[in-house]
Design a binder for this molecule. Structure first.
Ligand SMILES: [Zn+2]
Length: 157
């Protein structure tokens, strides 16, 4: 395919792999351990995944979480604060200041952006695994519902 960041994912950046998926830490993390589970095939939507691939998504997610929970992110992000990719350096610096940097995640948000309206910017399907840490936001209720901030926390409406 070429010119696709996920088709061209570097071997060194792969933290887990099976016959259908590879996982990597997001280069622009929103929380320590933010990871992506990426199908090996260049598909754009979940509809294009075959049954055999779906079956391998579950272990990909669970094993990626195991990697997240056994990684020292203080050490990991320290390795990127001087990387030539300025954006990754900035995000890594932010992670080192994050409340969860030395903790095991307390929870996860898992989700996929499907289509430009949903914020998909890379046409190669990828599933976000976003570790959450108690106290990382003031009002976490509603979780991924917060993509529509004014309606996110239904406990307050
Ligand atoms: Zn691709």
């Amino acid at each position: 395919m070429g010119k696709c960041v996920f088709c061209d994912l570097k071997k060194d950046d792969v933290i887990y792999a099976n016959d259908a998926f590879r996982s990597t830490f997001d280069a622009f993390p929103v929380s320590p351990g933010h990871s992506l589970v990426i199908p090996n095939r260049h598909v754009t939507t979940i509809a294009e995944l075959k049954d055999g691939e779906w079956a391998l998504l579950k272990p990909a997610i669970l094993k990626t979480i195991m990697v997240i929970e056994s990684t020292d992110f203080s050490e990991f992000y320290s390795g990127f604060i001087h990387t030539p990719d300025e954006k990754t350096a900035v995000f890594s610096g932010k992670m080192l200041e994050h409340t969860g940097i030395s903790k095991k995640p307390d929870g996860y948000n898992i989700g996929v952006n499907l289509g430009p309206a949903a914020g998909q910017t890379i046409e190669h399907l990828h599933l976000h695994i976003i570790p959450r840490y108690l106290g990382d936001t003031e009002a976490p209720a509603g979780g991924i519902r917060q993509i529509v901030p004014e309606l996110g926390d239904y406990t307050k409406l």
